[in-house]
Design a protein around this ligand. Structure first.
Ligand code: NAD
Length: 482
């Protein structure tokens, strides 16, 4: 492998080589804490996508034929290498994305854990045998899709790289990864580390670039057999539409406006902490953020008092200082969130805490809580993707569940209560892909994740991703003696 990257220049990773884009163009990625450029990144276009898909196609047969335990060992080696480089990758992620350093460290560990977990799964992808009459033997085999594309957003770049890529490789697929243009650096680095530990050339390719220039030709490429898309609803619809033109398998992990229902019998301290994690982690730029607090009238005042005093104590600073919250990812996201702060003021009045941008360089806004929100308001219906919590009051269990479900989205839902029966009634009745009881973001790499309604279809994480990245073949043999 030839390394053509210097400290601030990142190339594509194609067929195990670091190469510039065919047109030799680059784009800049900036540090959201300062707005200053930090790296010049190769800008892939259709020609580069062709090259990467071609390299992946050429590598497919050998990778597919590689004994599963050997694939598993390689994946475990990737995990170890990522862990060895945790501090460097975390710092890079923080500079590229803005998130607090300890969050970036956790994301790097999560990425390593995905490679470890799916490395362990690689030799346990079984089919079934199906009992028919005595004349037949019938069994199923799980086969890789082939060339897969992973299109990744900017909010959890390293974490989602592991989530999308590790199950693909473990199950015998090859991959072409298109990281987000705002945060491409760690994807290139992790791809290089995988190549260094022995993942064969062409099995994992990384093509940074813009959505229309690199993402669209990848999603619509005739030689791509499976697309994993994580991002916004409008882009997801475009991606699925172009994938379907080629009858390509696609799954969509999209946005959310997730309800966090709090009952008076909750443990107040735990529920406030969980609520804050749910909406302020990663400055609210999380698909599964708990952005609608649906709180019982009997506990609302006490709950908000506690919440506001803790929010006022939050430290907001550049991610490298490891504060409670860093900046938003980009100037565009800053504009979007500050526009929503104005919308919130017009709809619900002054926020009970926060509500402004910070008077400093970079893309900082205050953690913000709007009380008195009606579920029909825009700040209750639209995904803000920032640290903005909308508080909605309820009085009965039926009303809470109705409010929770009164949304176009269905990614996650949470409940805080000590009443086990009520928690499970909510879990049964709520329209969401996963339900958190008494802890926002409960679960891990092992637990299936994905949405219903406008939040998408298909599942990642856990063993569900094995199904997503494989196709079932049925074999039926007539074994009659003639
Ligand atoms: P986005 O849809 O704008 O971009 C996501 C990715 O798609 C980027 O890599 C982008 O370059 C690419 N892209 C853009 N246009 C494209 C096109 N026409 N064809 C192919 N690719 C294209 O989303 P974003 O703003 O980067 O991310 C935020 C969104 O992602 C939010 O809605 C959030 O909820 C969602 N998200 C979902 C999950 C999940 O697991 N459900 C996780 C993280 C983020």
């Amino acid at each position: 492998m030839t390394a053509t990257r210097d400290r601030d220049t990142y190339d594509l990773l194609v067929d195990g080589e670091s190469v510039p884009a065919a047109a030799a163009e680059r784009f800049e990625t900036v540090d959201p804490a300062t707005g200053e450029p930090i790296a010049a990144v190769a800008r892939a276009r259709a020609e580069d996508i062709d090259r990467a898909v071609g390299a992946a196609s050429a590598a497919l047969a050998d990778w597919r034929a590689t004994p599963p335990e050997e694939r598993g060992r390689l994946m475990a080696a990737v995990a170890e290498r990522i862990r060895d480089e945790q501090e460097r990758l975390a710092l890079l992620e923080t500079r590229d994305n803005g998130k607090p350093l300890s969050h970036a460290r956790a994301d790097v560990e999560t990425c390593a854990r995905y490679f470890e977990y799916y490395g362990g799964v690689a030799d346990k992808v079984h089919g079934d045998s199906i009992p028919l009459t005595d004349e037949y033997v019938d069994y199923t085999v799980r086969e890789p899709l082939g060339v897969t594309a992973q299109i990744i957003p900017w909010n959890l770049p390293t974490n989602l790289f592991g989530r999308s890529v590790a199950p693909a490789l473990a199950t015998g697929n090859v991959a072409v990864v298109k990281p987000a243009e705002q945060t491409p650096l760690t994807a290139v680095e992790v791809g290089r580390l995988a190549t260094e530990v022995g993942v064969p050339d062409g099995v994992l390719n990384v093509v940074p670039g813009f959505g229309a220039e690199a993402g669209a030709p990848l999603a619509g490429h005739a030689d791509v057999d499976g697309v994993s898309f994580t991002g916004s609803v409008p882009t997801g619809i475009e991606v699925a539409t172009s994938a379907v033109e080629n009858v390509t398998n696609v799954h969509l992990e999209l946005g959310g406006k997730s309800p966090n229902v709090v009952y008076p019998d909750t443990h107040l301290d735990t529920a406030v902490e969980s609520t804050m994690t749910g909406i302020f982690a990663n400055a609210g730029q999380v698909c599964s953020a708990g952005s609608r607090l649906i709180v019982h009238e009997d506990i609302k005042a006490e709950f908000l008092d506690e919440l506001v005093s803790r929010v006022e104590a939050m430290e907001i600073d550049a991610g490298e200082t490891d504060p409670d919250m860093g900046p938003l990812v980009s100037a565009e996201q800053f504009e979007k969130v500050t526009d929503y702060l104005a919308v919130g003021r017009a709809e619900a009045g002054e926020p009970v805490v926060g509500g402004s941008a910070l008077d400093r360089d970079g893309y900082f806004v205050e953690p913000t809580v709007f009380d008195g929100v009606d579920n029909d308001m825009r700040i209750a219906r639209e995904e803000i993707f920032g640290p903005v919590l909308s508080v909605i009051e309820f009085s009965t269990e039926a009303e809470a569940t109705e409010l929770a479900n009164d949304t176009d989205y269905g990614l996650v839902a949470g409940i805080h209560t000590q009443d086990v029966g009520r928690a499970h009634r909510f879990a049964r009745d709520v329209e969401a892909g996963q339900v958190y009881v008494n802890e926002w973001f409960a679960g891990g790499e092992e637990t299936p994740f994905g949405g219903v309604k406008k939040s998408g279809f298909g599942r990642e994480k856990g063993l569900a991703a094995v199904d997503a990245y494989t196709e079932l073949k049925n074999v039926c043999a007539n074994i009659s003696p003639n």
